[in-house]
Structure formats: structure tokens, C-alpha cells
Design a protein around this ligand. Structure first.
Ligand code: NAP
Ligand code: FE
Length: 366
């Protein structure tokens, strides 16, 4: 037991009708709210209506930005900030998957610091955001309990995290919003949560506390495995996945992510592979590369899997192949990854260029 360094200040509520039941909490944050959401899902699943009804009930005025794309760009973050500054928003409510919630965190920094530019998001770590309240409607990123905001940077042609640490003030979880999540998105996002649990568990920064959370999350995921295979996404399974995903967020809030996430960003940026799928496809080769075989065995045990081949079979049958990536592509992504010191330092043993290339090669069968 070397060290413990634990911090997770987000107040978390999971309940049926959590927003309606707890509308008064919004009054703590001011009179003008900015709602940030994706294109349509928050209308379909009822989360937007629940939030606007709660705000009306509490006499809070609001603007809505409902155009956050998947893997949100810095341009989108700037557009949200423009609206927030014009409205003089006191706080942001991010509703949706990781994309709108991450965009809310980054825009919150720009709104709170009118002289800040997009470049400040990567070089001024002490800037604070206006308060962010997260209403997750996917069970995958765990962003509701992490301080991270991952944005797409078209100048650098990659995704990366802003340098400010923005934990949401509240995470408001209601399983009913997940009931409308299509199969494919349910699978991809759940595999994202699985990779968070695994990368966090194997991280340089893992501690007895983050391991306790990761082990519980892996056990919950293991309990869902057969139903995921069957694509039988009942309320009970979705609730377990939501809790596993939130636990996974609490894990990576302490440990960060490492190789699969860093390597997956290029697959998403250049080939439009959904985030969870991009990480998941790399997972088996990554686990073969990891030297802490005791922990790898424990992961498999908690997932109720016999060996890595069984994990690989599960991941491949759930995620499908990736066909449009060439050998030249992965050489170039390897060159990018070897420069990503933040991710590399989270992996507990030295990583060489050829190690990264081999994980790509093996995972993509090149
Ligand atoms: P997402 O990009 O937020 O959303 C994916 C799709 O799911 C969108 O088309 C969205 O539609 C739809 N959707 C969301 N909720 C739905 C629901 N309840 N029912 C039906 N459709 C729904 O997906 P995500 O995987 O949650 O987030 C991925 C992003 O999070 C990536 O940018 C990734 O890098 C980031 N991430 C962040 C962290 C962190 O700690 N901050 C960790 C891991 C990943 P609409 O557009 O219509 O809403
Ligand atoms: Fe992720």
C-alpha cells in the first residue's frame, strides 16, 4: 500500500425522477441557467423536459444550446461560451452523453474567464469554471464524476483533455433516460466504462481506494456480461451499467487513463470510430502487454471470464471489426502516441514505440 490520493467532490444522486424530486438544488447556483445538450436524444428520453420543468418551478430562466456533436470540437465549445456570456449564465446543466457534459465543462471555463481563449484551455490550469451540473444519459464515460473534459482539436488533429480540473457540482442520475439508448450506443459506451475500470486498475496511480471502486465496478460489469451478449438491456441491467460507469469515473478521476484511451483517440479522429469501440478493440492486446499478471487475472475473474481469449471473443462479437485502417496509418498514430507523455506515465512500466505499434497491429490484425 504505497500511497492514497483521493478526491471526488461531486455530490451524486441516483433515483427515479431525481430531477423532479430535487429541483430546489438548482436554486443554489443562481437565476440564469445554460442548458447544454446533444442534437435530439434529450428530447426523446425526457431529460430535457425534466430539467426545464424543474427550472420553471424554481423561477430560474434558461437558454438552451442543443447542438453538441459527438466528440465535441473546440469550435462548439466556443459557441456555447458565446451564448453563456451573452446570457450571463450563472451555471451550466450538461445533459447527454460525455460529449455535451465535457463541452459544458470547457465552455464553463470560457464563460467564467471572459478574456480566456481556446488556447487557455490547455495552458492555464488555474482557471475555474462556472458551476456545472451533469445529467448523464449514457452509461460509459463517467464524466459526471471525473474532472476531465475531452475535446476535439482540429488544429492538432486529435482529441485531448483541457488542463483545468472541473468536477461537476452535482451528478443527477436517473436510469429511465437510458431506456431509449440504442443497442449499438449502449454497447460502445459500456465498453468505454469497462476500459476505464481496467486502465484505472492497472494504472501507475492506482491505490487501495481506487482499486476498491474498480473491483466493484468490474464485478457489476461481470454480472451484466451475459445480458450484454444477449443484448437484453433491462432496467436492472442498465442500472448496474450506470453504477459501474459512475464508479469507473471515480476510478479514473484518481488514476487517469492510459494506453487504450491515448491510442484510441486517433482511431476516433481519423476513422470516426466511436470512443468506446476504439478503446475496446485495443483492450485484449493491451492486457497481454501488461506485466501485472495478478491484476489481469483478477480482472478476468471479476468479469467471470476464463482467459483473455474469452474477453477477446466477447469484445469482437460485441464491437465488430475495424477495416479501414492501414499499416501506414498505425505507424503515424504510434508516432503521435509516443509523444503523449501524460498517458504514457499512467502506465506502470516503460513503453517503447514498438510496443505501441504491436498493440495496434495485433488489435487491427495488420
Ligand atoms: P456522446 O458522444 O455524448 O453521444 C453519442 C450518441 O448517443 C449521440 O448520438 C447522442 O445523441 C446519443 N445519446 C446520448 N444519450 C442518449 C439516450 N439516452 N438515448 C438515445 N441516444 C442517446 O457519447 P458518449 O460515449 O457518452 O461520450 C463520448 C465522449 O465522452 C467522447 O468525446 C469521449 O472522449 C468523452 N469521454 C470523456 C470522459 C471524461 O472523463 N470526461 C471519459 C471518457 C470519454 P444526441 O446528440 O441526440 O444527444
Ligand atoms: Fe473513455
Amino acid at each position: 500500500m504505497d500511497f492514497i490520493n483521493y478526491y471526488m467532490p461531486t455530490k451524486l444522486l441516483l433515483d427515479d425522477d431525481v430531477i423532479t424530486k430535487n429541483s430546489t438544488l438548482f436554486t443554489t447556483y443562481g437565476e440564469k441557467a445554460l442548458i447544454v445538450t446533444g442534437k435530439t436524444s434529450s428530447i426523446t428520453n425526457g431529460s430535457l423536459k425534466d430539467v426545464t420543468n424543474a427550472l420553471k418551478k424554481e423561477g430560474i430562466t434558461y437558454e438552451i444550446f442543443n447542438d453538441v456533436e459527438e466528440n465535441p470540437s473546440l469550435e462548439t465549445v466556443e459557441n456555447i461560451a458565446k451564448l453563456g456570456k451573452a446570457q450571463k449564465s450563472n451555471f451550466i446543466i450538461g445533459i447527454g452523453g460525455g460529449s455535451p457534459i465535457d463541452a459544458s465543462k470547457a465552455a464553463g471555463v470560457l464563460i467564467n474567464n471572459p478574456n480566456a481563449t481556446r488556447y487557455s484551455l490547455f495552458k492555464s490550469p488555474h482557471l475555474k469554471s462556472i458551476p456545472v451540473i451533469a445529467v448523464p444519459t449514457t452509461a460509459g464515460t463517467g464524466t459526471e464524476t471525473t474532472p476531465y473534459s475531452i475535446v476535439t482539436d482540429n488544429e492538432l488533429q486529435t482529441k485531448h483533455g483541457i488542463c483545468q480540473k472541473i468536477f461537476p457540482e452535482y451528478a443527477l442520475l436517473d436510469v429511465k433516460y437510458l431506456m431509449f439508448l440504442p443497442e449499438k450506443i449502449t454497447i460502445n459506451t459500456s465498453i468505454d466504462a469497462l476500459t476505464h475500470l481496467i486502465e484505472g486498475y492497472l494504472s501507475t496511480n492506482a491505490s487501495i481506494l481506487s482499486d476498491a471502486l474498480a473491483e466493484k465496478g468490474l464485478k457489476l460489469f461481470g454480472e451484466c456480461l451475459n445480458m450484454i451478449k444477449e443484448k437484453d438491456f433491462t432496467y436492472t441491467i442498465r442500472k448496474k451499467l450506470m453504477v459501474a460507469s459512475t464508479l469507473a469515473g471515480m476510478v479514473i478521476a484518481q488514476s487517469g487513463t492510459s494506453l487504450p484511451h491515448g491510442m484510441g483517440y486517433s482511431l476516433t479522429y481519423f476513422h470516426n470510430i466511436p470512443h468506446g469501440k476504439a478503446n475496446g478493440i485495443l483492450l485484449k492486446s493491451y492486457l497481454e502487454f501488461c506485466t501485472d499478471k495478478n491484476k489481469v487475472r483478477k480482472i478476468l475473474y471479476l468479469l467471470t471470464l476464463e482467459n483473455l481469449d474469452e474477453l477477446s471473443y466477447f469484445l469482437n462479437s460485441m464491437l465488430g471489426d475495424i477495416n479501414n485502417v492501414s499499416y501506414e496509418d498505425i505507424c503515424s498514430y504510434t508516432d503521435k502516441m509516443i509523444l503523449n507523455k501524460n498517458k504514457l506515465k499512467n502506465h506502470p512500466t516503460p513503453v517503447k514505440r514498438e510496443d505501441i505499434l504491436n498493440i495496434y497491429k495485433d488489435s487491427l490484425k495488420l
